[in-house]
Ligand binder design. Structure first.
Ligand code: PEP
Ligand code: MG
Length: 315
């Protein structure tokens, strides 16, 4: 039994019937990468690069960026590292980039939209990523936050490829993008669903307002509907669809996400063992049943209770 427990702590993520699901780390810094690199993960599913820009009067130099990105790529040499380009604005204000006094900052110039006013910031970052790729020999998967339309995905992909980035994706965290996932997937190599913002925008509920936690619940069937259509589009396009929002760290919801067809789950490193364990104890067919159950529910609470009732007793 001890050997089984040990194996389940380190083996790659997979369902009981051997369907692989990459279990990856959300990180914010090179230091995080060193720490995450020391525990068994299958790479980084979300590197929030804005952390490098915080608390400064100007953007970090390209050389500094190359050093930080290379540090992360070296910590996961040869592995999968998904790097998100600068996501500033709304809940992540950055004085030298974001506009003060926007009336609705969550609906304002944030995430990829900053390319309208600060294209040089993005281009410098994309070149830094291409240089880090050349220096380390590890190819980052590079994605843009808050992409809303297929045209934005196309523009981002063109910019990234022109800078020398090889693997290009976008986040799906706006309902419009989820509804048009098929068209967006035609422009990029992969997508990653950010359920924190997807819940905020689907449910029209500020993600920072604790009193709206019931509406922001990622078990909300409306949110899961959008994950479902995105995952289906990914399966049809044969391109990876990850989830990197907090929802991936709920071991029961993780089973639902896998049942919907999501191919990787990224979370804080501490959450990985429980998700790995839950996956090992359920088959892909069981995950699919759980996904159908969650989608059929009338509310988040009903969905969660109905899926928990389907769990194997030893989980
Ligand atoms: C998300 O929105 O779900 C996400 C992963 O990104 P962030 O929380 O950094 O906005
Ligand atoms: Mg987000």
């Amino acid at each position: 039994a001890a050997a089984v427990a040990l194996e389940s702590d380190t083996a790659p993520g997979a369902t009981a019937d051997g369907h692989a699901v990459k279990l990856m780390a959300n990180i914010g810094t090179g230091k995080d990468a060193d720490r995450a690199g020391a525990v068994p993960t299958e790479g980084v599913g979300l590197f929030r690069t804005e952390v490098l820009y915080l608390g400064r009067a100007t953007a970090p130099s390209q050389a500094e960026q190359v050093a930080e990105y290379s540090r992360v790529l070296r910590a996961f040499a040869g592995g999968k590292v998904v790097v998100r380009t600068l996501d500033a604005g709304a809940d992540k204000p950055l004085p030298f980039v974001t506009q003060a006094g926007e009336e609705n900052p969550a609906l304002g110039v944030r995430g990829y939209r900053l390319v309208r006013s600060h294209p040089e910031l993005l281009d410098t970052q994309l070149e830094a990523l291409a240089r880090a790729q050349a220096e380390t020999g590890t190819t980052p998967w590079v994605m843009a936050p808050m992409v809303t339309t297929p045209a934005e995905a196309r523009d981002f992909a063109a910019r990234a490829r022109a800078a020398g980035v090889s693997i290009v994706g976008v986040m799906i965290e706006v309902p419009a993008a989820a509804l048009r996932a098929r068209e967006i997937l035609a422009e990029v190599d992969f997508v990653s669903v950010g359920t924190n913002d997807l819940a905020q925008y689907t449910m029209a509920s500020d993600r920072l307002r604790g009193e709206l936690a019931d509406l922001l619940d990622p078990w909300q069937p409306a949110v899961l509907d959008l994950v479902d259509s995105t995952a289906r589009a990914g399966l049809r396009a044969r391109k990876p669809v990850g989830v990197c929002g907090e929802s991936a760290s709920d071991p029961v919801l993780a089973l639902v996400l896998v049942g919907l067809g999501v191919t990787s789950l990224s979370m804080s490193v501490g959450a990985i063992p429980a998700v790995r364990y839950a996956l090992r104890h359920h088959t892909s067919a069981e995950c699919a049943t759980m996904a159908a159950t969650a989608l059929a529910a009338q509310s988040a609470g009903e969905g969660r209770a109905a899926v928990v009732a389907l769990l194997h007793p030893d989980v």
